[in-house]
Design a protein around this ligand. Structure first.
Ligand code: GDP
Ligand code: MG
Length: 180
């Protein structure tokens, strides 16, 4: 039989960037246009198979509001992986993502696997042509990629709405988890 590895994963990022929506897409392949804000944190699990190993993701989806920020260490303290999420149409959320990366580097596990996730990619695409609409994007792909390169992060642009690259984020993390 295949080995099963549990991976404790935490989602961090400003409120409304789509953290809960990414989890809903990954766990239930679903999307809700008006998702209610997360209070405190939510816990979900999802198993997936990568090559010869089975990974059970134990997912802590945190609330992004400032009043919950002091709770975040409870969730990232023992995490083996983190998704730091921003909204590519909201520059302030990218600044916040950079702060989360710094906080993780200072306080989380030294070998934590971090994926920087630039969400809501669908919002910058034209429905007719499928091409990017000029000016729709407020955080360039280079800004995201540069931060990822500087800090040694995985980097994906995603859409929880269309499911673009959502499984890929979790698969890339799973591939980096050492066998035990
Ligand atoms: P959270 O506070 O980071 O957990 O964000 P939510 O998952 O609650 O999402 C906030 C709002 O953004 C909701 O109305 C979602 O439907 C919407 N949303 C989340 N992800 C996407 C996405 O990829 N594209 C679009 N267009 N909207 C999204
Ligand atoms: Mg949420």
């Amino acid at each position: 039989h295949t080995k099963q590895t549990s991976v404790k994963l935490v989602l961090l990022g400003e409120a409304a960037v789509g953290k809960s929506s990414l989890v809903l897409r990954f766990v239930s392949n679903d999307f809700q246009e008006n998702k209610e804000p997360t209070i405190g944190a939510a816990f979900l699990t999802q198993r997936c198979t990568i090559g010869s190993k089975t990974i059970k993701f134990e997912i802590w989806d945190t609330a992004g509001q400032e009043r919950f920020a002091n709770l975040a260490p409870l969730y990232y303290r023992n995490a083996q992986a983190a998704l730091v999420v921003y909204d590519i149409t909201k520059p302030a959320s990218f600044i916040k993502a950079r702060r989360w990366v710094n906080e993780l580097r200072e306080n989380a596990n030294k070998n934590i696997i971090i994926a920087l996730v630039a969400n809501k990619y669908d919002l910058v695409l034209s429905e007719e042509s499928g091409e990017e609409v000029d000016g729709a994007r407020k955080v360039s792909i280079e800004e995201g990629q540069n931060l990822a390169d500087e800090e040694g992060l995985l980097f994906f642009e995603t859409s929880a709405k269309t499911s673009y690259n959502v499984n890929e984020v979790f698969m890339a993390i799973g591939e980096k988890i050492p066998d035990n």
